[in-house]
Write a protein that binds this ligand. Structure first.
Ligand code: GRF
Length: 215
């Protein structure tokens, strides 16, 4: 996993593993922010960690080359970006086709980038959510695997909306990782297969926390 912040998505994955709902192992947590809570959480759970400060490297490419050499050393089947607040160099992203996903707090393709909750409120949208998508060099632009939707309620501010999204974000990430691990979802270079067939629109997380095809 790659993380820069508080690590609530990491916690959700760890807890799903502990409940026996997710048959995966987190082989390393990597960060560009040595003091972040995600790293502390990983250490508490005995997960190997590595942090490096981008400012100590000559370029973005040099930083990414270092970081991803370390990531390759733990031989991940899947790389999960969860609140990793850096763009990853194109040449590095291209080394992991179908093996890198990101969780983003919006219903992509709406609102790539930052401050999604505030932008949703400013636009007056009635619905918001979170997307799990494949990582490609362009920011938050890879094929969307699955989405969780939440209503925007009267009186919401960015914090209340963020909290509502976050709960569903954790579930959709856990369900996606689970489905990738058990082969229900297969990620290719340019396609996503769901139950052996090409997926044409993002899966949807239903109220029972299951992924289903959107109608
Ligand atoms: C999440 O909302 C994620 O979608 C966004 O950053 C936040 C990370 O949260 N890109 P956490 O560090 O997993 O708690």
């Amino acid at each position: 996993m790659l993380a820069s912040g508080r690590g609530s998505n990491l916690r959700a994955l760890i807890q799903a593993q502990e409940r026996g709902e997710l048959d995966t192992r987190i082989v390393g947590v990597f960060s560009d922010r040595p003091a972040c809570a995600a790293l502390a959480l990983a250490r508490e759970h005995g997960i190997p960690t590595l942090a490096a400060k981008p400012a100590k490297f000559a370029s973005r490419q040099a930083f990414d080359d270092f970081m991803f050499r370390e990531i390759e050393a733990v031989q991940p089947d899947l790389i999960v970006c969860a609140g990793y607040m850096r763009l990853i160099s194109e040449s590095v992203v291209r080394r992991f086709p179908g093996r890198m996903i990101n969780i983003h707090p919006s219903l992509l393709p709406k609102y790539p980038g930052l401050d999604t909750h505030m932008r949703v409120l400013e636009a007056g949208d009635s619905e918001h959510g979170a997307s799990v998508h494949c990582v490609i060099p362009a920011l938050d632009a890879g094929a969307v695997i699955a989405q969780a939707r939440v209503p925007v309620l009267p009186g919401d501010d960015a914090d209340s909306l963020a909290q509502r999204v976050l709960e569903r974000e954790h579930s959709v990430l856990v369900q996606c990782v689970k489905a990738i691990a058990d082969g229900t979802i297969e990620l290719g270079t340019n396609h996503i297969d769901w139950r052996g067939k090409p997926l044409h629109s993002p899966l949807r997380l239903n109220q029972r926390d299951q992924l289903e095809e959107s109608t």
